[in-house]
Write a protein that binds this ligand. Sequence first.
Ligand code: FE
Length: 237
Amino acid sequence: MSNSDDHDHDHNAAPMVEEISDFEVLEVAVRELCIEKGIFTQDDHNQWTEYMHTLGPLPAGRLVAKAWLDDDYKQLCIDDPVKASLAVGVDWVNSMPSKFGTPSDYCNPRILVDEPKVKHVVVCTLCSCYPRPILGQSPEWYRTPNYRRRMVRWPRQVLSEFGLQLPEDVEIRVADSNQKTRYVVMPTRPEGTDGWSEDQLAEIVTRDCLIGVAMPRADRKVDDKRHVHKAIHPYGH
Ligand code: FE
């Protein structure tokens, strides 16, 4: 190596953060145009954004718990998910704070009922469609191209990467969301939950169970802290 190489800084530094995407530029442009045209105000937009961030997966977990205990309600979940959602406090038609709703969020919700030999999992291959009114914001990984393109090709392998190893005789059905159809998975009720109340059952239906990349377990609650293993060789010992 010559001395001049030590001070060769001609290469470009990598950006510290992801650059804004074309979609984000488009979103800002359309939003500003809508405000300028009086379609909605900046306050409306702020209110809407804050409202969306208050949503989470609890209503969908409650819906599953109710269905596990009540066959009639389970049938209603299959036949009329909009009506079934009312029982867990989610009104897909009238709940929007702006009162005019948004076409992207009022859509056709569907509940996919797992069976012992049939496992459903949800993806949006095109973008990131997600049943936000009942499940809140999607996790970051759900929106990644990696998840979206691989789940439809190698679902068994991708599920195993989430820690869900399914026997070969379990059929996996991947549901591809779109602008009008949003899916929630109703997993099978796990062993060890006989005699549990609705509240107890709702506590084990995590967000990942409702997307389909995990299965509920009697020993894992929604708000459990992640298990952190102690270091094998702690510093200073
Ligand atoms: Fe999408």
